[in-house]
Each structure stands twice: as C-alpha cells, then as structure tokens.
Design a protein around this ligand. Structure first.
Ligand SMILES: *Cc1c(COP(=O)(O)O)cnc(C)c1O
Length: 376
C-alpha cells in the first residue's frame, strides 16, 4: 500500500459489530466480559480502546512500522519514550529543540536522575565523542523548531550503533521523512500539528518497529496513563486521512513564501530547507522528500519591528502551535521558546528578532499579498 492509501485504509476496517464504514467513537471506559478474562481483547480503555487502536494502526503504517502508542499530547508521547530509561542513564539531545521538550527533559526528568547533554548534532564526530558508558539514547529533532536546522539521521544512527535513536518527526511528518528507514528506532509526533492538521485537537504518538521497545513504551502508556480519549483519537484519525494532500500544499506555499521573503529588501535572513541558500539544502534533498510548511526569518530592524509586523498580518494569526490548514505567525522567544533561558536561545540563533511562520494551505496569492502589505 502506498502512503495516501494507508492514510485512508490502515486500521480503518468496517466496524465488526455494526458494519459502520467509518471507525466509531467508542465512548466507553470498560467492556462487558463473557466470563472472567473472556473478552474481545478490550477490558479497560486506559489499556486499549478500539478507536484509539485504529488511530495507532493508521499512524504506525504511515511510518512503515508495526507498532504505535497514542497519547494525550506530544509531550506525553515524549515522556513515555524517555520513561523507558532509568535513573543515571544519559541522553544526547539535539540542541535546537521544541521548548516543551527541553523543559520536560531539564526540569522534570533531570530531577529524577536522568542526564541530558544538549549539543549541535550536525557535528557527528562530536556526537560520537559525547557517548559515555551510561548513554542510552539519542534524541533528534529534525528539522528543528524554530531554526529549521537538519540533523543527518542516518549518520547519527550509525554513530549511535546500539543506542536507542528517537526522532521527533513533527515538522517533516512521515509524508516527507521516514526516520525508521534511516536507522532510527522510534519516532515521536505531536499529532496536534500536521497529523491532526486542523488546530482542533491535542495529541501525540510514539511509533516503532522494534517489538521490545514497543512493549516498554506500551507499559509506560498503560502505567502512567497519558492516553487520548476516543473523541480526540477519532479527530486525529480523521485529520490524518488527508495528510498527503495537505502536506503537498503546505510545502508548495512555504517554498513560495520563503522565496518571496528572501528576495524582499526588508528581510534579513530566511530559514527554510527548500531554499538553495539553506546551508543543509543538499542533506534536506537526501533525507526528505519535501521541505515542509515551516519558515522562520528575521526582519531588518529591532525586535519591536518584528512584533509590530506580526500584529499587522490579516491571514497569519498570531498564535502558538503549527501545522493546521490556517497560517500562523509566532514570536518564538516570547511564545513557544520562552522557557529556554535567553543566553541559551541566543547561542542557537533564536534571537528576539526571529519570527516563525506556519504556512497554511490558503491561496498563495492571498498569503503573499498579506506579507507584502505588512512589510510595506
Ligand atoms: C508541539 C510540539 C511538541 C509537543 O507536542 P504537544 O502536542 O504540544 O504536547 C513536540 N515537538 C515538536 C516539534 C512540537 O512542535
């Protein structure tokens, strides 16, 4: 089955009880047993729910994997993956990272005795040298949020040999990037973003083809219990059916926006992997089959100008999050990445002048006109 077919058919069999063509929302916490322990594979909805299972099957198939665990949010999925480690274990983490992931690692799991080294993972030799006897996992975000830096998944996975390699694939989505094929062991998504795709549901998923790792994550899912309810699972599943269509338009519009901004006299720098000026454009072409819908840039002038610009746009709403059909703009330093200390932000190029666009799938002429008039 090819990608678009899997998005529509994987896990989406007609309902065995009623023949309903679309997977029903199984709004139930429990299941009646014929006799003690005799049931149809479901006994309690934290452990398993048919609507959630359909979503897990669908999303695992999109990453060419057998196993998926859905969660109530992206950070809950991340917590479950990190939760397979033990106190004293060490994790190497790509340093330009979603702010909430940084907060979870540093301020929650750091207190439980896990150790994190944040580093520039574009330098694979340095990554190899950072491996200690206690190192158990590599955590990669690529492209990164918000600087759109790439990490070479294949090279890092080779350097990691028997360590667990986890990739946050939220920005690229499986439509444009398949980390498991490049040697990663587990993929995490905030399904809140492109997979859900309509800014109407929060969720996450961890996907792997490794049975043991799946069992360990599944144990976390059931033990810590950060599961999505059936309504949220259903909305996410519905969104994911159109992922291919949406990603094609997101990427087409983002490329046009990035090229427009790069050519504009008021724009200082544009960060988009699809631009020839992107320092890792060649890696992007090798590792991804498209460049996604996220564009970051800096304007000439000070941060007040950047904030003023963000307020003048008509179609780009000033909002956190990304990946919905509608265009959004955000000021990472004050919004999504506020939990990262300022010196740390600046070291990564995440200045107070940086703006991040989630380019939606509106008509591109309207989007460009909106940007042009706000710049003018
Ligand atoms: C939003 C996001 C997350 C966290 O997901 P939530 O659904 O908000 O918990 C993790 N990684 C990336 C790259 C994100 O953009």
């Amino acid at each position: 089955m090819k990608f678009s077919t899997k998005a529509i058919h994987a896990g989406q069999d007609a309902d065995p009880a009623t023949g309903a063509t679309i997977v029903p929302i199984y709004q139930t916490s429990t299941y009646t047993q014929e006799a003690v322990g005799v049931h149809k594979g479901f006994d309690y909805s934290r452990t398993a729910n048919p609507t959630r299972r359909a979503l897990e099957t669908q999303l695992a198939a999109l990453e060419n994997a057998r196993f998926g665990c859905a969660f109530a949010s992206g950070v809950a999925a991340t917590a479950a993956v990190i939760g397979v480690l033990s106190s004293g274990d060490h994790v190497i983490v790509s340093d330009d990272l979603y702010g909430g992931t940084y907060r979870l690692f540093s301020n929650v799991f750091g207190r439980y005795g896990l150790q994190f080294t944040y580093m520039d993972m574009t330098d694979v030799d340095a990554v190899r040298k950072a491996i200690r006897p206690s190192t158990k996992m590599m955590w990669i975000e690529t492209p990164t949020n918000p600087m759109l830096t790439l990490v070479d998944i294949k090279a890092v996975a080779e350097a990691a040999s028997d360590l667990i390699v986890a990739v946050d694939n939220t920005f690229a989505t499986p439509y444009f990037q398949l980390p498991l094929e490049l040697g990663a062991d587990v993929v995490v998504h905030s399904t809140t973003k492109y997979i859900g795709g309509h800014s109407d549901v929060v969720g996450g998923v961890a996907i792997t083809d490794d049975k043991d790792l799946y069992e360990a994550i599944k144990f976390q899912q059931n033990s810590a219990g950060g599961v999505p309810g059936p309504n949220d699972a259903w909305l996410t599943m519905r969104g994911a059916k159109t992922l291919a269509l949406r990603m094609r338009d997101h990427a087409k519009n983002a490329q046009a926006v990035a090229e427009f901004l790069e050519a504009h006299s008021q724009v200082d720098r544009v960060y988009y992997p699809g631009l020839r000026s992107h320092p890792q454009h060649e890696l992007a072409k090798r590792q991804m089959s498209g460049f996604g819908g996220m564009v970051s840039f800096t304007l000439k002038g000070d941060d007040a100008r950047a904030l003023g610009f963000a307020n003048q746009l008509k179609y780009f709403s000033l909002a956190e999050s990304l990946g919905g059909v509608e265009s959004l703009i955000c000021h990472p330093a004050r919004m999504t990445h506020g939990s990262i200390p300022k010196e740390e932000r600046e070291r990564r190029g995440l200045t107070d002048r940086l703006l991040r666009l989630s380019v939606g799938i509106e008509d591109i002429e309207d989007l460009i006109e909106d940007l042009r008039s706000a710049l003018g």
